[in-house]
Each structure stands twice: as structure tokens, then as C-alpha cells.
Design a protein around this ligand. Structure first.
Ligand SMILES: O=C(O)CCC(=O)C(=O)O
Ligand SMILES: [Fe+2]
Length: 264
């Protein structure tokens, strides 16, 4: 992949979930899905104060001593803490270009399912965690995506879309792409869509470079949706370059329920 200086900044399409003009919104979203697979969403209904609080709790957690954080190491249900350079060897985001693992630590949170919930808690990736997350506006985005694919608006409604939240913390290093050192190596996301909020610039998408904002959320399509749309919609490579400033971001990976059959 090229050095960061070769990238140009470009504007992503802005999807306003409160717009009464559904036709215009769907066509803007479709253009983004065909082009870069990335777009902003505004008027998503997530309170700014709540978002600030999540960033501040994230900062509190990551500033704990390492031994404290290691007490909640990621478990087999994919919940909990992952330290610096957690993704190594075959698990690297971008094995062809990366020398170390990602220069970031993170904390995974899934939907809250109690241990007593049978058979719910026995399913892969389901179980209890300390900070439950829930959301319905991702359904509104899924409805626009269905319309953009010329399907009925409720096509994805039955999928029990589930979000896994990942709090991310990047230190004050500066990435060195020529030495294979990145905050997050280049990758595409595996699922349906990913929703992203970040406090500091640093995310790059392979087509263009991206800007940050806490008011608009960034949505990007995952590999599953690329496949589901017979490769007409794009799941785009992206990476994070450390700029020398500490950075916090929150990613929510949205996927359908585990037994969902993807038919194209
Ligand atoms: O931290 C970011 O801004 C992006 C992280 C990311 O792409 C991911 O976790 O899949
Ligand atoms: Fe990603």
C-alpha cells in the first residue's frame, strides 16, 4: 500500500436518517455503497452526551494499570480486553505489509445475555458482559441498504442484527508504513456493516482518506454485505495510522444472527 503522503482527502456521502425524502436518501446511500462502501450517518438518535460518556469511560478503562486490564482478558465469547500487539502472525490485519501486530489495545462488549439464558448463552459469541449495548437505529440503515438493493425495506429485519462494540485505544506512537508499523493494519471488516466513532483523525480508506467527527458516525460495509450484494456493494480496505496523538475510537460490528443463511 502507498505511503500516507500520497493520499488525498475526499468527502463521504452524508446520510440523514431524519430526512423525509427516502428516495433521495436511498440513492445517496446506494452511490456510497457502490463507490467506497463508506458513508456518514447523522441524526442517528445517539445522544452526544452519551457518546462523550462512552469515550470518557473508555479513557478511564485504558488508563488502568496493565495488570488490572489483564484481569478482564478477552474470553472464548469474544468479550474483554486485548492488549497491544494482540493480533500477531496469521492473525495480523495486513500480513503482507505489517511487521508487528496493531499498535492498539481494545475492549470487546457484546449484547448482554445472562448465563441462565438457555440455550441463548450456549450459542457462539453470546453470553454475559459488564456493559450491555443495544441499538435500533442500525435497523434504519439496514432498511435503506435493502431499498438500495431493490429489495423490500424489511428484508433484513428478521436477521436479529447484533452489534459487538469494540472500544479502541491508540497510543502516541507515529506509524511508519515503510517499516510495516500501523495503528491498525489494512483490512476489510468481515460482517454486515460497521459503525464507527473516533475522537482523532487517523482512519484511512484505500480509495481515499477520511476525516473525523464525533457528531456524524461513519458506517462502512463488511465482506458479508459485499458477498450478499453479489459484489456490487463494496467492503473497502481501511487502516489506521498513528499520528503521534493518543486516539480513542468505538467500533460496532453489526452482524445477523449466527444461523443466518446468506443467499445471493
Ligand atoms: O479505530 C478505527 O478508527 C478503525 C478500527 C477498525 O477499522 C476496526 O476495528 O475494524
Ligand atoms: Fe475495520
Amino acid at each position: 500500500m502507498a505511503d500516507s503522503s500520497e493520499f488525498k482527502t475526499s468527502v463521504l456521502n452524508l446520510i440523514d436518517l431524519s430526512s423525509p425524502d427516502i428516495g433521495a436518501t436511498v440513492s445517496l446511500l446506494k452511490q456510497a455503497c457502490l463507490d467506497s462502501g463508506f458513508f456518514y450517518v447523522i441524526n442517528h438518535g445517539i445522544d452526544r452526551k452519551f457518546m462523550d460518556e462512552v469515550f470518557s469511560q473508555s479513557e478511564r478503562f485504558f488508563s488502568l494499570p496493565l495488570e488490572e486490564k489483564m484481569k478482564s482478558l478477552r474470553n472464548e465469547k469474544h468479550r474483554g480486553y486485548t492488549p497491544l500487539f494482540d493480533q500477531i502472525n496469521s492473525d495480523l490485519s495486513d500480513p503482507g505489509n505489517q511487521t508487528n501486530g496493531d499498535y492498539k489495545e481494545s475492549y470487546f462488549i457484546g449484547p448482554e445475555i445472562s448465563e441462565d439464558d438457555e440455550p441463548g448463552a450456549n450459542r457462539p459469541l453470546r453470553g454475559p458482559n459488564r456493559w450491555p449495548s443495544s441499538g435500533t437505529w442500525q435497523k434504519a440503515v439496514a432498511r435503506l441498504i435493502a431499498l438500495a438493493l431493490d429489495l423490500t425495506a424489511d428484508f433484513f429485519d428478521k436477521l436479529e442484527l447484533m452489534g459487538t462494540v469494540r472500544l479502541l485505544h491508540y497510543g502516541d506512537e507515529i506509524s511508519q508504513p515503510d517499516k510495516g508499523m500501523f495503528g491498525t493494519g489494512a483490512h476489510s471488516d468481515f460482517g454486515f456493516i460497521t459503525i464507527l466513532a473516533a475522537d482523532v483523525f487517523g482512519l484511512q480508506i484505500c480509495k481515499d482518506k477520511d476525516a473525523k467527527t464525533q457528531v456524524a458516525l461513519i458506517v462502512n460495509l463488511g465482506d458479508m454485505l459485499e458477498r450478499w450484494s453479489n459484489s456490487t456493494f463494496r467492503s473497502t480496505l481501511h487502516r489506521v495510522l498513528d499520528t503521534g496523538r493518543e486516539r480513542y475510537s468505538i467500533a460496532c460490528f453489526v452482524v445477523p444472527h449466527y444461523d443466518c443463511i446468506v443467499e445471493c
